[in-house]
Design a binder for this molecule. Structure first.
Ligand SMILES: [Zn+2]
Length: 165
């Protein structure tokens, strides 16, 4: 996707998303550029968020080259805004733990834990958005989510068995 299209889609949606996530008081800068350098993921990264809870400021980086359509871009935008939404919890954790760490290896290990907890929390919230948790319709959403997960686990089990051969 070209950067001007990505920018137009983000600008059309970011204010509403911020209000719905109750993070409208944040100052969020969006940059459109390549995300390079070492990361915890395989391959290229399409989005990244750096949140500074103390100042209520965040930078979201969108790597438009890695994004194929509007749906993918909006999912990435939601993911990165959820990092902003949960950053207050992790800011507290980080501040409490890092004040007691005086060893570089321990600090690196804590960063790995912190990153993993942050990603897990965001992924759990994404699941709620994707499948919904509106009780009058919860049963239908549950059946859909269970079917998708069963498909995922069935296909990933098959892949693992194939790899062993
Ligand atoms: Zn993430």
């Amino acid at each position: 996707m070209d950067i001007s299209k990505a920018r137009a889609i983000v600008e059309d949606n970011i204010q509403a998303a911020m209000w719905l996530l109750n993070i409208q008081q944040w100052k969020i800068h969006v940059e459109y550029r390549d995300i390079s350098g070492p990361n915890d993921f395989d391959g290229a990264v399409a989005g990244q968020c750096l949140a500074n809870e103390g100042y209520k400021e965040a930078t979201i980086i969108i790597n438009a080259q890695e994004i194929s359509d509007e749906e993918q871009l909006l999912n990435i935008l939601r993911h990165e805004l959820l990092h902003v939404a949960v950053s207050a919890c992790y800011h507290t954790f980080r501040k409490a733990c890092f004040e007691h760490v005086c060893d570089r290896h321990a600090e690196n290990a804590l960063m790995v834990v912190w990153t993993r907890c942050d990603e897990d929390a965001v992924r759990q919230l994404e699941d709620v958005f994707t499948h919904g948790l509106n009780f009058p319709n919860a049963k239908a959403a549950f059946d859909k989510a269970r079917a998708e997960r069963e498909d995922y686990f069935t296909s990933s089990t098959k892949k693992k068995k194939k790899k062993k051969q």
